[in-house]
Design a binder for this molecule. Structure first.
Ligand code: ADP
Ligand code: MG
Length: 803
């Protein structure tokens, strides 16, 4: 906004306070003043003061014609003949061609000139190619200071009235209503509103706030309610471009948010002209979880995009508002209140659309939606405005884990129905809102307006009622294997070629089967209570939760919820397939998958292991972990769990201390079953999100070189895991890069013995790291090794005592 004049700096949140302190600090409060005089007298004085302050703004003449303006200017010149040529005499009037613009009529050199004052965006005006200025009064001030390209500067004006508040950037004074709000006196506010001398309800103070802006920011709901009763203009913005709803969010006032929308029908999608933020962006930035929830409950569109194309969720992420992020992640849209049959034309071409719209007389706001010819899966919106049909592409994409539709830079909307509802409430960038639809029987139907939508009942929360649109399945991935070439390692798979896990009862076809998630145990979202975040996984956060019912029985079970926040449908399938495998596993040393919850977001529901990951535990509580008790026991348990996996012919591929979870100090479990694989590209995936922690450091040479994974390569990783344990969480190979580690290993070198590691254990590690996979021990041997080690006696004793 380089051309914008005037102050766009954010006013401090407490500018109301500044007012209270500065402007009124020397004044008695209204209630004090009322001891000496009547309210009517105070209001009359206040009015006189406001008029005096606005005296220099009385150049506005409303809706008068160009001729009338010229006549007024001529008369004034005659009247003040004594004053040279009256150059610079002017007035401002409403534009005759546009409802949002103004005209400036000006005399110079004995001639009259007329200029269009154009509103480029809400509240911002310019004349020709002059600067864009916030507030029409600021624009006049700009041309009063100097001609700036006009034939003369503006010197004097024909007496009219001050311009309306909605086109002003700020007011000149705080009136009694502003002051009563600052004093928080609802009774006084109500008395003022009842008086014939009540100030203009839309009047702005010096920060551009109306009384309702102040009350909303302060969350004074009694007063907000009273002010709403006086029918204020709810589209008015303060100096920062904030509506009252933005202010309620900045002030973190969820109850006010509800009130403004329910009672006032404030539109939550109104953007700030400075940055395109809607109130939801403000709530997200502030980290106000309650305002975020309130807005979503009141049907605010969840993923609007700002001028920088950021959604409130992006903003929350940027400012690390984890609570707010979670609200968006768990957000379940309610059904849109419009019906596809009223406007969707699956067979129609662009030409056919124009024909149909013409048949219905190209009524402004008449629209229909049809498939796009340009790209399969996209749609087109055909909309009439001023007797001309316009066509907009409705694209779709994956935003995080959602499939969304959007027009240009507009909001991401969760279905075509939501899109129609959004754009029928407001134009939001289109030439006009969608006002009438035309259906396949050529019937024209009026769309509800925003206020109508507010009053329509929300459809009942039928869980199956809302189904997001799914994109067409690209033919390239349908039922075929990913290409492999002999020169590049084959993409890692959780199953080695020779060892497939026993397949679920209804085995998916070979290759890349679509997951029949019907085989997964589904957990109803109703039976899940989400709690705090306990970790960050590759796909999103991991939350603690409580399961209230499981397999038809009432329960109160602690659970871990692994959220799936990946954008691609492909990954979702993989994610589900891994879950399917995990569901088959049942062992004390393996984290139990209880089921999946389809959300959105999609979640894996697992048993909860209160002590979290072994790696973190080793780093955080090293003194609680003793070599002969805990470490020996844990090593044998991991080997036992891996033995079970081996029996099930399952290759883990990601065995590492970070993926061992601790139930109690005497029970650890293996987690993370090849979920990494679900991203489709093993190495990139780790690079992307695990920073310095390369899985290469856990990989056997044959896995690194040939992408070959087997029980023997899991044994190599087990050796690295042991090394992490006995070094109490150190990072294997330190700062070495992946490629350096590969060279280090190839030259025959190995990790050295951690300080506290007994020789026998280090010898086990070295055997796990034999270059020849066949020479490595099996998990069966490894388990025996730990249990038969005389040192394990302590662990066994420990286990017994704690049973
Ligand atoms: P990813 O598969 O993306 O690597 P993880 O399963 O490793 O995700 O989970 C990330 C973190 O979340 C873990 O380090 C752990 O702290 C926590 N976590 C995951 N699952 C559980 C669980 N079942 N019980 C307790 N904490 C868990
Ligand atoms: Mg992990």
């Amino acid at each position: 906004m380089s051309n914008t004049q005037g102050d766009v700096a954010m006013a401090s949140d407490d500018d109301d306070q500044v007012y209270a302190n500065d402007e009124f600090s020397s004044m008695p409060s209204i209630s004090q003043a009322l001891r000496k005089t009547s309210l009517e007298q105070l209001l009359a004085d206040d009015k006189a003061e406001t008029e005096k302050a606005d005296e220099m703004l009385r150049w506005y003449h409303g809706k008068i014609s160009r001729e009338a303006a010229e006549k007024l200017l001529k008369e004034a010149v005659i009247k003040y003949r004594n004053k040279s040529d009256m150059g610079g005499l002017f007035l401002v009037r409403d534009s005759t061609v546009s409802t949002t613009d103004f005209s400036l009529s000006l005399t110079a050199d004995g001639k009259t000139y007329h200029y269009q004052i154009q509103e480029k965006k809400e509240g911002f005006f310019h004349i020709d190619d002059g600067p864009l200025i916030h507030g029409v009064e600021c624009l006049i001030a700009h041309y009063t200071d100097s001609a700036n390209g006009l034939p003369t500067n503006l010197e004097s004006f024909c007496q009219g009235r001050p311009p309306p508040h909605n086109v002003r950037k700020t007011g000149r004074t705080s009136n009694l209503l502003h002051r009563a709000v600052i004093e928080g006196d609802a009774k006084l506010v109500s008395q003022i509103l009842a008086s014939p001398n009540c100030p203009d309800i839309n009047a702005k103070n010096k920060t551009g706030s109306t009384a309702l802006h102040m009350a909303s920011y302060r969350g004074n709901d009694d007063i907000v309610e009273l002010l709403l009763g006086a029918k204020p203009d709810l589209t008015i913005k303060d100096r920062n471009g904030h509506t009252v709803l933005h202010r309620a969010c900045v002030g973190d006032r969820p109850s006010t948010v509800h009130l403004l929308i329910k009672r006032g029908h404030c539109d939550p999608q109104v953007r700030c002209p400075h940055n395109g933020w809607v109130p939801l962006h403000e709530a997200a930035m502030k980290g106000s979880m309650e305002c975020t929830k309130a807005l979503l409950e009141e049907q605010a569109t969840p993923f609007p995009r700002s001028d920088d194309l950021e959604t409130p969720l992006d903003v929350a992420e940027k400012y690390r508002r984890l609570d707010v992020m979670r609200v968006f992640e768990n957000f379940q849209p309610s059904q849109a209140r419009t019906n596809r049959k009223d406007w969707y034309h699956p067979e129609l071409s662009r030409k056919g659309a124009v024909g149909l719209l013409e048949y219905s007389s190209l009524l402004s706001g008449l629209f229909l939606i049809r498939p796009s010819k340009r790209q399969e899966g996209w749609h087109a919106l055909s909309l009439c405005f001023q007797r001309t049909p316009y066509h907009y592409e409705i694209k779709n994409t994956h935003y995080r884990d959602r499939f969304v539709h959007f027009i240009d830079d507009g909001p991401y909307l969760l279905s075509l129905e939501h899109l129609v509802q959004h754009y029928s409430c407001r134009a939001d960038g289109l030439p006009c809102a969608l006002r009438h639809s035309v259906n396949t029987s050529y019937k024209v139907k009026d769309m509800p307006s925003y206020e109508d939508y507010c009053n329509l009942p929300i459809p009942p929360g039928d869980e199956d009622a809302y189904r997001p649109d799914l994109p067409p399945r690209p033919s390239s991935i349908a039922d075929e294997c990913p290409p492999t070439s002999p020169t590049t390692p084959e993409p890692p798979t959780p199953f080695s070629k020779t060892s497939r896990p026993p397949l679920p009862s209804n085995p998916p076809p070979a290759g890349r089967p679509g997951v029949n998630d019907g085989e997964l145990y589904k957990i109803n979202v109703k039976h899940i209570k989400k709690g705090a975040e306990i970790g960050q996984g590759e796909y999103g956060s991991v939350l603690k939760g409580i399961l209230t019912e499981y397999k038809g029985k009432k329960h109160k079970m602690d659970i871990a919820l692994k959220m799936f926040h990946d954008a691609s449908l492909d990954n979702r399938e993989n994610f589900l397939r891994e879950a399917l495998v995990m569901q088959q596993l049942e062992h004390d040393c393996i984290v139990k998958l209880l089921g999946v919850c389809q959300g959105p977001p999609l979640m894996l529901v697992e048993e909860y292991l209160p002590k979290g990951s072994m790696l973190d535990f080793l780093l955080d509580y090293p003194t609680e972990v003793r070599v002969k008790q805990e470490l020996y026991l844990w090593a044998s348990q991991i080997a036992l769990g891996m033995m079970y996996l081996e029996k099930q012919q399952f290759v883990h591929r990601d065995l590492a201390a970070r993926n061992i979870l601790i139930m109690t100090k005497r029970q650890v479990k293996i987690s993370d079953f090849g979920l990494s694989r679900a991203t489709g590209s093993g190495s990139d995936y780790y690079k992307a999100s695990h920073g310095g922690r390369w899985p290469i450091k856990w990989y056997a040479p044959e896995s690194v070189n040939y992408g070959h994974f087997s029980h023997a390569s899991d044994v190599w990783s087990f050796g690295i895991t042991l090394w992490e344990m006995f070094s109490y969480g150190e990072s294997p190979y330190g700062d070495k890069k992946g490629i350096e580690v590969v060279q280090f290993i190839e030259s025959g070198k190995r990790l050295s013995k951690p300080e506290k590691c007994p020789d026998v254990v280090y010898n086990v590690m070295l055997r796990c790291w034999k270059a020849d996979a066949a020479q490595r021990p099996t998990f069966k041997e490894l388990n025996r090794q730990f249990q038969e080690d005389p040192l394990y006696a302590d662990a066994r004793e420990f286990l017994k005592q704690n049973k």
